[in-house]
Design a protein around this ligand. Structure first.
Ligand SMILES: *Cc1c(COP(=O)(O)O)cnc(C)c1O
Length: 397
């Protein structure tokens, strides 16, 4: 037998973390790494945060799981908190980002089917989007690498160019249910939607009675310096999928919706065994205790600007290696002139700083939101050393 016990669907690197210490990870061999990947924008409070680990430990001892057949004081409390913080009137809790997006897709379809428009089932989505790995969420993306081997896809999605309002408008037809869009594409290469694009989608939704569903699984929960990214644009969605940072490492997601958008989500229409269980709720409450504070969010913006300023200055020293810095808050993309994976590996293996590659030659820099100046300085030192010693196998054009 040659298949590994762990199904070999990931190309895993040599780092084998066994312990976390605030903004660092410690490997099996004792090596320390500066973690500016944060479990791909998940560990918002870093590792071993006492507020988060304490809340989980206390809740695990008190009550871990009950069925959604029972009343949920824990779920009601967290849902109310999210409602108070956002555009939403109601929340469905999930265990992952893909499930939160699935709920968003179902909510958009049910809005029309419940409203007597069964023909309006199609969501317009955007090229290079990433919405997860379930059949529904891979079907929502145009990326061939997600589809290969898994056909047939689910019908009901139509792909147009990201940040192109004219294409989005032209795609609206009698079958359109709404739009599903990441305000800032993560995996797609830290690409930000323009103000005009976001406002234009909102206007199209208002004009044609469509659902604007945002996938803020990666860019939400303080990552970009506002609680959700839509606040930056001043454009409110009808539905929003959240996850990643929401549990700070505990698997939880949420689908937020207005009362109007959720009109089809009635008793018996949707569910989840684990979704919203008391343990998950306690984890998310502990994250919100830190992240939902306006002063904390202001700090994320300030740290983002500081890191970004340093990166912009730094890349001037290596014009053949780096092209640009982009992003917002602590969701930063460093664009290389070549394929980024080799550089990410070099930075990790030789200089012990962790980042994540993305499409469009991007190195994603998504540190814990709790970093301080010392971590920014440590990162810049490691990055400088990595750039100075980097000898790409691939020759830059
Ligand atoms: C990670 C991600 C998802 C999928 O989340 P999972 O928890 O892996 O299911 C969906 N959308 C976006 C934008 C993501 O970054």
């Amino acid at each position: 037998m040659s298949i590994t016990p762990l199904m070999p669907v990931y190309g895993r690197c040599d780092v084998r973390p066994v312990r976390g210490d605030h903004c660092h990870l410690i490997g099996e061999d004792g090596q320390r790494y500066l973690d500016f990947a944060a479990g791909i924008a998940v560990n918002a409070l870093g590792h071993s945060h006492p507020g988060l680990t304490g809340a989980i430990a206390r809740q695990a001892q008190t009550l871990m799981h009950v069925s959604n057949l029972y009343g949920s004081p824990q779920g009601e409390h967290l849902a109310q908190r999210l409602v108070d913080l956002t555009f939403a009137d109601t929340v469905f809790f999930t265990n992952s980002g893909a499930e939160a997006v699935e709920c968003a897709i179902k909510t958009a379809r049910a809005y029309h089917q419940h409203g007597g428009n069964p023909d309006r089932f199609e969501l317009i989505t955007f090229r290079n989007a990433f919405h997860g790995r379930t059949m529904g969420t891979i079907s929502a993306s145009n990326q061939e690498k997600l589809h290969s081997g898994f056909h047939p896809l689910l019908p009901g999605f139509r792909y147009v160019e990201f940040d192109n309002l004219e294409e989005a408008r032209a795609a609206v037809g009698p079958q359109t249910a709404g739009f599903l869009v990441e305000p800032i594409q993560g995996e797609g290469g830290v690409r930000m939607a323009s103000q005009q694009f976001m406002e234009g989608l909102r206007a199209l939704c208002d004009e044609h009675d469509l659902i604007l569903a945002l996938d803020e699984v990666q860019c939400g929960v303080g990552r970009v310096g506002t609680f959700y990214a839509y606040e930056h644009y001043g454009v409110e969605p009808d539905v929003l999928a959240s996850a990643k940072g929401l549990g700070g490492g505990f698997p939880i997601g949420a689908c937020l919706a207005t009362e109007r958008a959720a009109r089809g989500m009635t008793v018996g229409t949707h569910g989840s065994t684990y979704g919203g269980n008391p343990l998950g709720m306690a984890a998310a409450e502990a994250v919100l205790d830190v992240v939902a504070d306006p002063g904390f969010l202001e700090g994320v913006r300030a740290k983002g600007e500081r890191l970004r300023g340093k990166l912009e200055q730094f890349i001037g020293n290596y014009p053949d290696l780096f092209e640009e810095v982009r992003g917002m808050g602590l969701m930063i993309g460093l664009k290389l002139r070549t394929e980024p994976r080799e550089f990410v590996a070099h930075l990790r293996e030789m200089h012990h700083a962790l980042t994540v590659s993305g499409s469009d030659n991007i190195v994603r820099i998504v540190p814990p939101l709790v970093i301080d100046d010392s971590h920014i300085d440590e990162f810049m030192e490691k990055l400088s050393a990595a750039a100075a010693s980097y000898q790409p196998a691939e020759v830059p054009q």
